[in-house]
Ligand binder design. Sequence first.
Ligand code: GLU
Length: 330
Amino acid sequence: MLWLLLAAIPLAALAQTATPSGETLERLVKEAHTKFKNEMSGKNADYIPYLASVPSNLFGVVIVTVDGKAYGAGDVDYGFAIESVSKPFTAALVMQESGTDVILKKIGVEPTGMPFNSVIAVELLKNRSVNPLVNAGAMASVSLVKAGSAAEKWDKLLACYSRFAGEKLSLNEEVYKSEAASNDHNKGIAELLKSYDRLYADPLETCDVYTRQCSVNVTAKQLAVMGATLANGGVNPVTKERCLDAKYVPKLLAVMMMAGFYDESGLWAWHTGLPAKTGVGGGIVAIVPGKMAIVGFSPPLDEAGNSVRAGKALYYIANQLDLSLFGSGK
Ligand code: GLU
Protein backbone atom coordinates (compact mmCIF):
# COMPACT_ATOMS: atom_id res chain seq x y z
CA MET A 1 0.00 0.00 0.00
CA LEU A 2 2.80 2.38 0.96
CA TRP A 3 4.57 1.91 -2.36
CA LEU A 4 1.34 2.84 -4.15
CA LEU A 5 1.19 6.04 -2.17
CA LEU A 6 4.83 6.85 -2.81
CA ALA A 7 4.44 6.11 -6.51
CA ALA A 8 1.68 8.74 -6.61
CA ILE A 9 4.07 11.50 -5.45
CA PRO A 10 5.92 12.94 -8.45
CA LEU A 11 9.69 12.65 -7.99
CA ALA A 12 10.17 16.28 -8.98
CA ALA A 13 7.90 17.40 -6.15
CA LEU A 14 10.01 15.42 -3.71
CA ALA A 15 13.13 17.02 -5.15
CA GLN A 16 11.65 20.48 -4.76
CA THR A 17 10.85 20.08 -1.08
CA ALA A 18 14.14 18.45 -0.09
CA THR A 19 16.72 20.71 1.54
CA PRO A 20 20.03 20.39 -0.34
CA SER A 21 22.79 18.45 1.43
CA GLY A 22 25.39 20.16 3.63
CA GLU A 23 28.12 19.30 1.10
CA THR A 24 26.16 21.02 -1.67
CA LEU A 25 25.61 24.17 0.40
CA GLU A 26 29.26 24.25 1.47
CA ARG A 27 30.36 23.92 -2.15
CA LEU A 28 27.95 26.59 -3.40
CA VAL A 29 28.91 29.31 -0.91
CA LYS A 30 32.58 28.71 -1.80
CA GLU A 31 31.86 28.72 -5.53
CA ALA A 32 29.79 31.91 -5.27
CA HIS A 33 32.56 33.60 -3.29
CA THR A 34 35.30 32.56 -5.72
CA LYS A 35 33.24 33.47 -8.77
CA PHE A 36 32.42 37.03 -7.70
CA LYS A 37 35.24 38.16 -5.40
CA ASN A 38 36.96 39.87 -8.33
CA GLU A 39 33.79 41.62 -9.49
CA MET A 40 34.80 45.30 -9.32
CA SER A 41 31.67 47.21 -10.31
CA GLY A 42 29.64 49.38 -7.96
CA LYS A 43 30.77 51.73 -5.23
CA ASN A 44 30.30 52.14 -1.48
CA ALA A 45 27.41 54.34 -0.34
CA ASP A 46 28.87 57.77 0.49
CA TYR A 47 25.85 59.84 1.52
CA ILE A 48 26.55 58.42 4.98
CA PRO A 49 30.27 59.31 5.39
CA TYR A 50 31.15 56.24 7.50
CA LEU A 51 29.98 53.82 4.82
CA ALA A 52 32.40 55.32 2.29
CA SER A 53 35.30 54.36 4.58
CA VAL A 54 34.47 50.62 4.86
CA PRO A 55 36.98 48.52 2.83
CA SER A 56 35.40 47.82 -0.55
CA ASN A 57 37.02 44.42 -0.98
CA LEU A 58 35.14 42.82 1.94
CA PHE A 59 32.94 39.98 0.72
CA GLY A 60 31.18 37.21 2.62
CA VAL A 61 28.56 34.60 1.70
CA VAL A 62 26.66 32.52 4.28
CA ILE A 63 23.81 30.03 4.32
CA VAL A 64 22.06 29.11 7.57
CA THR A 65 19.53 26.29 7.34
CA VAL A 66 16.34 25.86 9.36
CA ASP A 67 18.12 23.22 11.43
CA GLY A 68 20.68 25.84 12.45
CA LYS A 69 23.66 24.69 10.37
CA ALA A 70 25.90 27.40 8.90
CA TYR A 71 28.00 27.31 5.72
CA GLY A 72 30.17 30.32 4.94
CA ALA A 73 32.93 31.68 2.73
CA GLY A 74 34.92 34.93 2.95
CA ASP A 75 34.32 37.78 5.41
CA VAL A 76 31.42 36.26 7.34
CA ASP A 77 32.53 37.54 10.77
CA TYR A 78 33.06 41.20 9.85
CA GLY A 79 30.59 43.49 11.67
CA PHE A 80 28.87 45.91 9.27
CA ALA A 81 25.95 48.35 9.48
CA ILE A 82 22.66 46.50 9.05
CA GLU A 83 21.01 49.61 7.54
CA SER A 84 17.76 48.79 5.73
CA VAL A 85 18.03 45.06 6.34
CA SER A 86 16.74 46.02 9.81
CA LYS A 87 13.40 47.13 8.36
CA PRO A 88 11.61 43.75 8.14
CA PHE A 89 12.62 42.98 11.72
CA THR A 90 11.08 46.22 13.00
CA ALA A 91 7.94 45.40 11.01
CA ALA A 92 8.03 41.95 12.68
CA LEU A 93 8.00 43.58 16.11
CA VAL A 94 5.03 45.76 15.12
CA MET A 95 3.17 42.67 13.86
CA GLN A 96 3.96 40.74 17.00
CA GLU A 97 2.73 43.60 19.21
CA SER A 98 -0.25 44.81 17.20
CA GLY A 99 -1.09 42.30 14.44
CA THR A 100 -0.92 42.70 10.67
CA ASP A 101 -3.90 45.01 10.12
CA VAL A 102 -1.90 47.86 11.58
CA ILE A 103 0.74 47.40 8.87
CA LEU A 104 -1.92 47.27 6.17
CA LYS A 105 -3.95 50.23 7.37
CA LYS A 106 -1.41 52.52 9.02
CA ILE A 107 1.57 51.96 6.71
CA GLY A 108 0.73 50.08 3.48
CA VAL A 109 2.15 47.16 1.49
CA GLU A 110 2.56 48.46 -2.08
CA PRO A 111 5.95 48.73 -3.78
CA THR A 112 6.78 52.26 -4.95
CA GLY A 113 9.05 51.66 -7.94
CA MET A 114 10.94 54.67 -6.60
CA PRO A 115 14.12 55.08 -4.54
CA PHE A 116 13.97 53.98 -0.89
CA ASN A 117 14.11 57.56 0.42
CA SER A 118 11.73 59.10 -2.09
CA VAL A 119 9.76 62.15 -0.98
CA ILE A 120 7.91 62.08 -4.28
CA ALA A 121 6.50 58.64 -3.36
CA VAL A 122 5.15 60.12 -0.12
CA GLU A 123 3.58 62.99 -2.02
CA LEU A 124 2.16 60.97 -4.91
CA LEU A 125 0.95 57.77 -3.31
CA LYS A 126 -2.22 57.71 -1.29
CA ASN A 127 -0.75 55.54 1.47
CA ARG A 128 2.07 58.09 2.03
CA SER A 129 4.25 55.81 4.16
CA VAL A 130 3.85 53.20 1.36
CA ASN A 131 5.38 50.02 2.88
CA PRO A 132 7.56 49.11 5.89
CA LEU A 133 10.68 48.54 3.74
CA VAL A 134 11.22 52.08 2.46
CA ASN A 135 12.42 54.86 4.75
CA ALA A 136 8.99 56.47 5.16
CA GLY A 137 7.25 53.20 6.07
CA ALA A 138 10.18 52.09 8.22
CA MET A 139 9.91 55.26 10.30
CA ALA A 140 6.14 54.74 10.49
CA SER A 141 6.91 51.20 11.81
CA VAL A 142 9.24 52.63 14.45
CA SER A 143 6.54 55.10 15.46
CA LEU A 144 4.13 52.19 16.01
CA VAL A 145 6.38 50.21 18.40
CA LYS A 146 4.70 50.36 21.81
CA ALA A 147 6.85 52.12 24.42
CA GLY A 148 6.65 54.88 27.00
CA SER A 149 9.75 56.67 25.66
CA ALA A 150 12.12 56.73 22.69
CA ALA A 151 14.80 55.07 24.84
CA GLU A 152 12.47 52.19 25.70
CA LYS A 153 11.52 51.84 22.03
CA TRP A 154 15.17 51.58 21.04
CA ASP A 155 15.84 48.99 23.75
CA LYS A 156 12.89 46.92 22.51
CA LEU A 157 14.08 47.06 18.93
CA LEU A 158 17.64 46.06 19.80
CA ALA A 159 16.34 43.21 21.98
CA CYS A 160 14.10 42.06 19.12
CA TYR A 161 16.97 42.03 16.58
CA SER A 162 19.13 40.19 19.13
CA ARG A 163 16.47 37.49 19.57
CA PHE A 164 16.37 36.99 15.81
CA ALA A 165 20.18 36.80 15.68
CA GLY A 166 20.39 34.55 18.75
CA GLU A 167 23.17 36.82 20.05
CA LYS A 168 23.33 40.19 21.72
CA LEU A 169 23.71 42.79 18.98
CA SER A 170 24.91 46.34 19.60
CA LEU A 171 24.96 49.82 18.15
CA ASN A 172 27.99 50.82 16.08
CA GLU A 173 28.56 54.26 17.62
CA GLU A 174 30.69 55.48 14.72
CA VAL A 175 28.01 54.62 12.18
CA TYR A 176 25.33 56.18 14.35
CA LYS A 177 27.28 59.45 14.77
CA SER A 178 27.95 59.60 11.05
CA GLU A 179 24.30 58.94 10.14
CA ALA A 180 22.85 61.23 12.80
CA ALA A 181 24.97 64.07 11.42
CA SER A 182 23.73 63.49 7.87
CA ASN A 183 20.07 62.42 8.20
CA ASP A 184 18.29 65.71 7.41
CA HIS A 185 16.50 64.10 4.47
CA ASN A 186 15.03 61.40 6.73
CA LYS A 187 14.02 64.04 9.27
CA GLY A 188 12.19 65.80 6.42
CA ILE A 189 10.38 62.57 5.48
CA ALA A 190 9.35 62.03 9.12
CA GLU A 191 7.94 65.57 9.37
CA LEU A 192 6.13 65.18 6.05
CA LEU A 193 4.54 61.90 7.15
CA LYS A 194 3.44 63.52 10.40
CA SER A 195 1.78 66.32 8.41
CA TYR A 196 -0.31 63.64 6.68
CA ASP A 197 -1.10 61.87 9.99
CA ARG A 198 0.89 58.82 8.83
CA LEU A 199 3.53 58.94 11.57
CA TYR A 200 2.34 57.96 15.03
CA ALA A 201 4.94 59.50 17.36
CA ASP A 202 7.22 62.52 17.53
CA PRO A 203 9.01 62.87 14.12
CA LEU A 204 12.50 63.76 15.36
CA GLU A 205 12.50 61.13 18.11
CA THR A 206 11.24 58.56 15.61
CA CYS A 207 13.90 59.48 13.08
CA ASP A 208 16.56 59.15 15.79
CA VAL A 209 15.42 55.65 16.80
CA TYR A 210 15.28 54.72 13.10
CA THR A 211 18.85 56.02 12.63
CA ARG A 212 19.96 53.86 15.57
CA GLN A 213 18.29 50.77 14.15
CA CYS A 214 20.16 51.29 10.86
CA SER A 215 23.45 51.60 12.81
CA VAL A 216 23.24 48.18 14.45
CA ASN A 217 26.32 46.09 13.75
CA VAL A 218 25.81 42.59 12.35
CA THR A 219 28.03 39.97 10.79
CA ALA A 220 26.90 38.06 7.72
CA LYS A 221 26.58 34.98 9.94
CA GLN A 222 24.34 36.78 12.46
CA LEU A 223 22.21 38.19 9.65
CA ALA A 224 21.82 34.71 8.19
CA VAL A 225 20.50 33.42 11.54
CA MET A 226 18.04 36.35 11.57
CA GLY A 227 16.88 35.32 8.09
CA ALA A 228 16.81 31.63 8.95
CA THR A 229 14.45 32.50 11.82
CA LEU A 230 11.99 33.81 9.23
CA ALA A 231 12.61 30.77 7.02
CA ASN A 232 11.86 28.63 10.08
CA GLY A 233 8.38 30.08 10.66
CA GLY A 234 9.55 32.62 13.27
CA VAL A 235 11.55 30.29 15.54
CA ASN A 236 15.29 30.93 15.84
CA PRO A 237 16.86 27.67 14.58
CA VAL A 238 19.86 28.03 16.91
CA THR A 239 18.31 29.18 20.22
CA LYS A 240 14.85 27.68 19.47
CA GLU A 241 13.27 30.90 20.75
CA ARG A 242 10.07 32.02 19.00
CA CYS A 243 10.62 35.54 17.67
CA LEU A 244 7.49 35.98 15.54
CA ASP A 245 4.20 34.07 15.41
CA ALA A 246 4.17 31.70 12.42
CA LYS A 247 0.92 33.24 11.13
CA TYR A 248 2.67 36.60 10.55
CA VAL A 249 5.68 35.27 8.65
CA PRO A 250 4.00 34.88 5.20
CA LYS A 251 2.77 38.49 5.36
CA LEU A 252 6.24 39.79 6.14
CA LEU A 253 7.81 37.68 3.40
CA ALA A 254 5.20 38.94 0.92
CA VAL A 255 6.27 42.53 1.56
CA MET A 256 9.92 41.49 1.23
CA MET A 257 9.16 39.89 -2.13
CA MET A 258 7.42 43.03 -3.41
CA ALA A 259 9.69 45.72 -2.00
CA GLY A 260 12.85 44.24 -0.47
CA PHE A 261 15.25 45.08 -3.27
CA TYR A 262 14.60 48.81 -3.63
CA ASP A 263 13.48 49.70 -7.14
CA GLU A 264 15.06 46.51 -8.50
CA SER A 265 12.56 44.33 -6.62
CA GLY A 266 10.94 43.17 -9.87
CA LEU A 267 14.28 42.19 -11.37
CA TRP A 268 15.28 40.30 -8.22
CA ALA A 269 11.94 38.42 -8.12
CA TRP A 270 12.36 37.62 -11.80
CA HIS A 271 15.83 36.17 -11.28
CA THR A 272 15.37 34.35 -7.97
CA GLY A 273 11.70 34.19 -6.91
CA LEU A 274 12.69 34.74 -3.29
CA PRO A 275 11.76 37.32 -0.63
CA ALA A 276 14.79 39.38 0.38
CA LYS A 277 15.98 42.62 1.93
CA THR A 278 19.03 44.65 1.07
CA GLY A 279 20.79 47.55 2.81
CA VAL A 280 23.21 50.32 1.83
CA GLY A 281 25.78 48.82 4.24
CA GLY A 282 26.21 46.07 1.59
CA GLY A 283 24.18 43.31 3.25
CA ILE A 284 21.47 41.24 1.56
CA VAL A 285 19.38 38.49 3.14
CA ALA A 286 17.20 36.16 1.04
CA ILE A 287 14.70 33.81 2.63
CA VAL A 288 13.87 30.32 1.37
CA PRO A 289 10.82 29.39 3.48
CA GLY A 290 11.12 26.06 5.24
CA LYS A 291 14.74 25.67 4.14
CA MET A 292 17.30 28.40 4.75
CA ALA A 293 18.44 32.00 4.56
CA ILE A 294 21.21 33.09 2.21
CA VAL A 295 23.25 36.20 3.04
CA GLY A 296 25.77 38.13 1.02
CA PHE A 297 27.77 41.09 2.26
CA SER A 298 30.02 43.41 0.25
CA PRO A 299 30.02 47.24 0.39
CA PRO A 300 30.06 48.32 -3.29
CA LEU A 301 26.50 49.04 -4.46
CA ASP A 302 24.79 49.42 -7.81
CA GLU A 303 22.72 52.49 -8.73
CA ALA A 304 19.64 51.24 -6.86
CA GLY A 305 21.63 50.69 -3.64
CA ASN A 306 22.07 46.90 -3.83
CA SER A 307 25.41 45.21 -3.17
CA VAL A 308 26.77 44.04 -6.51
CA ARG A 309 28.86 41.07 -5.31
CA ALA A 310 26.28 39.96 -2.73
CA GLY A 311 23.46 40.18 -5.29
CA LYS A 312 25.40 38.13 -7.85
CA ALA A 313 26.36 35.51 -5.26
CA LEU A 314 22.74 35.15 -4.18
CA TYR A 315 21.47 34.96 -7.78
CA TYR A 316 24.04 32.25 -8.41
CA ILE A 317 23.10 30.10 -5.40
CA ALA A 318 19.35 30.57 -5.88
CA ASN A 319 19.60 29.50 -9.52
CA GLN A 320 21.94 26.57 -8.92
CA LEU A 321 19.45 25.20 -6.39
CA ASP A 322 16.37 26.23 -8.38
CA LEU A 323 14.92 27.88 -5.28
CA SER A 324 12.23 30.12 -6.83
CA LEU A 325 9.02 29.93 -4.83
CA PHE A 326 7.11 30.09 -8.11
CA GLY A 327 8.43 26.77 -9.42
CA SER A 328 5.95 23.89 -9.67
CA GLY A 329 8.61 21.21 -9.30
CA LYS A 330 7.65 19.89 -12.75
N1 GLU B 1 20.02 54.55 7.11
C1 GLU B 1 19.84 54.52 5.69
C2 GLU B 1 18.92 55.63 5.26
O1 GLU B 1 17.99 55.92 5.97
C3 GLU B 1 19.29 53.20 5.29
C4 GLU B 1 19.12 53.09 3.82
C5 GLU B 1 19.12 51.71 3.27
O2 GLU B 1 19.89 50.85 3.68
O3 GLU B 1 18.28 51.49 2.38
O4 GLU B 1 19.10 56.24 4.24
